[in-house]
Design a protein around this ligand. Structure first.
Ligand code: SAM
Length: 305
């Protein structure tokens, strides 16, 4: 990347790989994502926003790619201040829904659905890993729009996706259909609190070859139950490992800025010790459009038995 901008060669390589959803620019004060024909500019300050608009105009002129629309959103200090993106330029009559492609896989977008439009781009390498692992059964917790489940299902997996939000799971079902997958055959969508569902699955002795744990930093679950990733991640990994088949892969991921890779490793080793199971830890490569320090911290636990 050149001073935070994606290079023309990287831009072309994404296109050749069937990917039109990627970062275009990254900085400490904000970033720009390409989402098919549109871009979303996320900023912490007005000064960063103005500088990114200038940079985008220069980049577009030099690289002969003009976004159809530019959306903007503020990256607020507090979750309560999160808002949907707003249209900055482009035709206001165009629909706010659309789709993007990642390695040829289609995912729906909705700029009016809230703070996030539907796909977290920093998980691209982990979705590719899931597809390569080709699990027989995959458990996707905090599934949001089920992008991990789609990646697994395309590799032949049966999937169970859990999220508190029925609306997000409905978007997940739509993502299955968009990729020619029948969401009603071999796939379950459970609109409930992950922390209540995991023990239920354990009582039924269910197990999975791949498990995705990508919880939010903070949330309120059923009956107002408070979830705080710094406090509860260890319990979550322990509860999930109960459901892991021999040789399963478990993804532990967080956006919480106070949790570093070393913390994830400590949690993973503690869970392995707790269950007396052998396992290896690895990280997928940082996506090429995400500079160090950007995107979620993620770690795979590969069980050896
Ligand atoms: C960071 S997003 C997950 C992103 C997802 N892993 C992906 O890659 O697309 C967090 C999701 O967790 C859900 N959520 C928050 N607390 C929950 C809980 N206690 N039980 C189930 N889902 C929860 C939210 O509704 C939201 O969809």
């Amino acid at each position: 990347m050149n001073r935070g901008w994606i290079t023309p060669a990287q831009f072309a390589a994404f296109g050749a790989a069937g990917t039109d959803a990627h970062r275009m620019f990254s900085d400490t004060e904000g970033w720009i994502e390409r989402l098919a024909e549109d871009v979303l500019l996320s900023h912490k300050t007005d000064a960063a926003r103005d500088a990114m608009h200038c940079g985008l105009a220069e980049w577009a002129a030099a690289n002969i790619w003009q976004p159809r629309r530019i959306f903007e959103k503020l990256l607020p200090r507090q979750n309560e201040d999160r808002d949907s993106p707003v249209l900055f330029s482009g035709d206001p009559a165009l629909p706010l829904t659309g789709e993007v492609r990642e390695n040829g896989v289609r995912y729906g977008l909705d700029f009016a659905a809230g703070y996030s439009a539907g796909l977290f781009l920093d998980q691209r390498m982990n979705r590719a890993f899931v597809r390569n692992v080709a699990p027989k059964r995959m458990l996707n917790t905090f599934a949001y729009t089920c992008s991990f489940s789609v990646a697994a299902a395309l590799a032949g997996a049966e999937t169970v996706s859990i999220d508190l939000s029925k609306k997000s799971l409905d978007r997940g079902r739509a993502n299955f259909l968009m990729n020619g997958l029948d969401p009603n055959t071999g796939h379950k969508f459970i609109a409930d609190d992950v922390l209540e569902v995991l023990p239920r699955l354990a009582r039924r002795a269910e197990n999975f070859d791949a498990i995705v744990l990508d919880p939010p930093t903070f949330s309120r679950g059923n009956k107002g139950r408070r979830w705080q990733v710094e406090q509860h991640l260890e319990d979550l990994v322990i509860a999930a490992m109960e459901l892991a088949a021999p040789r399963a892969s478990i993804l532990v991921s967080t956006n919480c800025t106070t949790i570093q890779f070393a913390d994830l490793e400590r949690v993973a080793r503690f869970a392995l010790k707790f269950h007396r199971r052998p396992g290896d830890l690895h990280r997928e490569a940082q996506p090429p459009d995400f500079p160090p320090g950007h995107g979620a911290r993620t770690l795979w636990i590969s069980l050896r038995g």
